[in-house]
Design a protein around this ligand. Structure first.
Ligand SMILES: C[S@@+](CC[C@H](N)C(=O)[O-])C[C@H]1O[C@@H](n2cnc3c(N)ncnc32)[C@H](O)[C@@H]1O
Ligand SMILES: [Zn+2]
Length: 303
């Protein structure tokens, strides 16, 4: 814990109090304290909880564990990680000056861990922020080289222009905050589902009226209103999963929350299945004109 407090202390100037927006000082490698005495302690696993209201996340431990297995053991998102880390390398170039990458809505942290690993640049520091304490607890236990915070994307506890890159993978956004947080020439990379994302799961678990074709046009439209759209990279591939992997595959999606247990079992009992990943990476540069925005969700059932 002291180690982690030390590493957060190295970046102390990046954090700000979510209540009064003042900067922090580190107290005894145990907590962060602002001039108004708002105090945030390091948990023993090394993360800091910076929520100022009770966090309501529907994502539970079982879902995060399943996501972790699909990401780290089944490598379901490896091509996504490779693509994003290449984009990061391209953007940061050979620069050896310190760069900060925020994963906003990082869940249990595996995407950020993988992406930073692949980027192979020791001057990058990754910070993961999520409203779910369960998710951040798992991340902090497992990925000790990164910084983990429980917090809200709508009230992110960082000073302006702190990040060279903001990642936002299948998670809600707050574009006003993202624009505030991005360094000049900083990039936001938002990953959103396309129409065939997890289509096998939707075909198995949704009824006919629910099986409407999913399109991300509204998300792209809104993104373009806030950022200068530099590129959209579409990634589509399939992967064969075995029966044990199928169990995690079902559990990693909020679709399983509302689905019929018999349909879930039938899907898993098929033994193996080919599943489809179909995603867009929206890449945006900060635009100058400010507009007010709220937390924007991207269709929970597709996550
Ligand atoms: C579908 S999960 C994606 C998690 C992770 N990016 C992944 O792909 O595994 C959506 C995440 O957004 C988080 N979330 C929802 N609202 C949030 C908010 N206002 N601030 C921060 N995180 C939020 C949830 O707790 C959840 O971890
Ligand atoms: Zn304060």
């Amino acid at each position: 814990m002291a180690d982690k407090a030390k590493s957060v202390s190295e970046f102390l100037e990046v954090f700000r109090c979510p209540y009064c927006k003042n900067s922090f000082r580190a107290v005894d490698l145990k907590s962060l304290k602002c001039p108004n005495n708002h105090t945030f302690d390091f948990a023993k696993q090394g993360y800091v909880n910076m929520m100022i209201r009770p966090s309501i996340s529907h994502y539970n431990k079982a879902l995060f564990e399943a996501r972790q297995k699909m990401i780290m053991e089944s490598h379901l998102y490896s091509l996504l990680h490779k693509e994003i880390s290449n984009l990061i390398k391209e953007h940061l170039g050979e620069s050896s000056s310190p760069s900060l990458i925020l994963d906003a809505g990082c869940g249990e942290g595996s995407h950020l861990q993988k992406i930073i690993e692949e980027a192979r640049n020791s001057s990058i520091t990754g910070i993961g922020l999520d409203i779910s304490k369960e998710g951040i607890l798992m991340a902090a236990k497992k990925y000790k080289n990164l910084i983990w915070l429980v917090g809200d994307v709508a009230n992110a506890p960082f000073v302006d222009q702190s990040f060279q890159i903001i990642l936002n993978i299948l998670s809600p956004s707050n574009y006003t905050e993202f624009k505030r947080l991005l360094a000049p020439n900083g990039l936001v990379m938002k990953v959103v589902p396309r129409s065939s994302y997890l289509k096998e799961l939707r075909e198995a678990l949704l009824n006919d009226t629910e099986k409407k074709v999913y399109q991300n046009d509204d998300i792209v439209y809104l993104f373009k209103k806030h950022f200068q759209l530099k590129d959209v990279i579409s990634l589509r591939y399939t992967k064969k999963l075995e029966q044990t992997e199928l169990e995690h595959f079902v559990q990693m999606s909020p679709l399983s929350w509302t689905s019929n247990q018999a349909d879930i079992e039938a899907f898993i009992l098929k033994g193996f299945s080919e599943v489809t990943i179909d995603l867009d990476i929206l890449i945006g540069l900060n635009k100058k004109n400010e507009e007010k925005s709220e937390v924007i969700n991207n269709g929970k059932s597709m996550s």
